[in-house]
Design a protein around this ligand. Sequence first.
Ligand code: PBG
Ligand code: ZN
Length: 325
Amino acid sequence: MYFPEYRARRTRRTSNIRRMVRETFLRVDDMIYPMFSAFGENIKKEIPSMPGIYQQSIDNIVIEAREVYELGIPAVILFGIPECKDSMGTDAYCDTGIIQETIRAIKKEVPELTVITDVCMCEYTDHGHCGVIKDGDVDNDETLKLLTAEALSHAQAGADIVAPSDMMDGRIAAIRSVLDDNDFSHIPIMSYSVKYCSAYYGPFREAADSTPQFGDRRSYQMDPANRQEAFREAALDVDECADFLMVKPALAYLDIIRDIKERFDLPLVAYNVSGEYSMVKAAAERGWIDYDRVMMETLIGMKRAGADIIITYHAKDAAKLLNAE
Ligand code: PBG
Ligand code: ZN
């Protein structure tokens, strides 16, 4: 197949032919929309670095959850901003905690919407780390006790899927066993399996008020330079019975998404994180890029890399475009 007999442009000539040879698709079904639930009433506070994304009290969350459902987006992932934070992150596993109340409210008002919960301690601890601090570092095994209590409490409040994002060792097995022992063997675990220590989480930490008060997360989140380690992390989660694997962030890690997709057969989630969203929004606000096109190109890129599902702050914007097609 050489030029001039073969001409690659022939299959790009008309929109119908382009449709026929298209290899990758983004569907509304592929997206999960993240939401930030804040303590209080009648609160809707835009996150300065994330235009269009809000910290909201439950009364407003429920309204947006209905909108998300009506757009055809199958699921939301919830993050909580509690009234009080303490060293043990008590609100995270309290039956009347911010997330537990939010789950119940959404499940009551929009029962068909799938509710995923982020299981981690950093939104609930006063020091902002993802677990219990001992000798200046996060203690793995002590943290597992809190994470299992948190995951169980989310399931009891009605969560459909729990998504641990802490990067402690052994958390998937620990959570699976506590869920199974309490009649929640039907609740899937979406593991943040391959989560890098990334500066792209900056805007999220503003949104969730979860910046570590000392040090950083390098002793538990992965070094951005590592690829082999991603395989080990994913393999551990598969052994521990995770139901979904995740790579996070997405944009600077498309190679890892492709690698994990090729090596493991579990549904693969890519997290299109806060900083990735902020960059697109900021450039679009300045008129430097076309928001709709850059957004869709980014999302299709993640799918082409191998993601089955994308957690993205763009979900509503993308769904509106897809529904209008
Ligand atoms: C909690 C958590 C974080 C994100 C999701 N869950 C922040 C972090 O690890 O610091 C980041 C999401 C985003 O940036 O959009 N551990
Ligand atoms: Zn955390």
